[in-house]
Design a binder for this molecule. Sequence first.
Ligand code: SF4
Length: 357
Amino acid sequence: MAKKSETDETALQHLLLDWFTRQRRDLPWRRTQDPYAIWVSEIMLQQTRVAAVLEPYRTFLERFPTVQALASAEEAAVLAAWSGLGYYRRARMLHRAAQQICSSGNGRIPLSHAALLELPGIGRYTAAAIASIAYGEPVAAVDGNVERVLLRLRGWGSEDPVLHAQHLRRVQQEAARLLQPASPGDWNQAMMELGATVCLPRAPRCEACPWMAGCATRGEHDAVRRPPMRTEIRNYRWQTRLSDGVEQLLLIQRSQAQTVMPGMWELPPVPDTPGKPDELDKPDEQNKPILKLRHAIMQVNYRIAILRGEGPAPADGRWVTAEEAATMALTGLARKVMRRLGWLPTGSRGPSSGNRP
Ligand code: SF4
C-alpha cells in the first residue's frame, strides 16, 4: 500500500496537470520543442511580463532564427533587437553563449541540465527549464513564482535572510520531490503557470486553484518582502536639427566602462537635475519639459523630464535620422521617449521592424 505522502504527491500531480491541460495559455514558446527558441523565451521572460515579451520574441527569432545566426551577429545588432526589454546583460550573455556553442562545440545546444549550466547567462532555473521542456530531463525549475506557490502550499514561513541558503535548498528539494518525472516539461510549466496566473503575489485566486483543498495557507501567507522602490529624478535633452531637409536627433553613446547598459545610445543627460521629486511639478517657465514620464528600472522609479536642448553637440554625440535610430542599440528609455514624441513609430523594435514613415 502506498504511503500517505506518496498518495498526496500523486494527487497533487494529477490535479495540477489536469488544470494545466485545461487552463494553459497558448504562448508561442509552448508550440515548439526547439531548444534555441525555448532558451530565448526563458531569457526574455526573466524579470519581464509575458505580455511584454510576445512581440520582441517574435521579432528576435525572425532576425536571429538559429543559434548560428545569433552567434554571427554583431553585438550592436543583438542589443538593438533587444531594445525595450531592458536588462541588456541578458542579451549580451545570450549572444556570448551562442558564440561559445558555435566556436567550441558543433553548433548544437548542449543536451543536458549540467552542460547547459556551463554556458554564460544560464543559471540553475533556466537550465532546468530548457532541459525539461526541450529534452524531457526530469529536473525541477524553481523561479520566484514556483517558490511562492510551494511556500504557500506547505505553509512554510517567508524567507528569513539568515536562513536564506537553507530556505532555498528546502524549496528546491520540495520542487524536485513533487516533480512529475513522466512529463517534467509540462510539470514545470504548470507550476510556473499556477504562480503567474492564480497564486499571485498580492491576492492569490485560491478559488481557482487546483490545490486549494490541500493548501496549508490558502492565501493567508506573508509575501516575501521586497525592498521599497526609491524615486530619482533624471532630465534629458531633446535636440533636433535639419540636415538636407531631413530631421536629425542628437544622441550620445554610454561609455563601455558603465556597469549599466554600456555602449548603448541615449538622449544626452542634463547635468543640473533637480534633487527632489516635487521640483518636477514646478518647472520654471523657460525650461518647461516637453515631456514628463516615469520609468522603472530594478528598484528605482525614475521621474524623467525631457527638455528642449540647444548648442553644440558633445564630443561623444551623434546626429541620427529616425531611420538610423530605429536600427541602433537604444536604451529602453530613449526608445520610449522617441515613441512618445512621435519620432519612432509605436512598436518599432530594431532593424527588422520598420522605420518612421
Ligand atoms: S490555494 Fe491559494 S495560496 Fe494555496 S497554492 Fe493555491 S492559490 Fe496559492
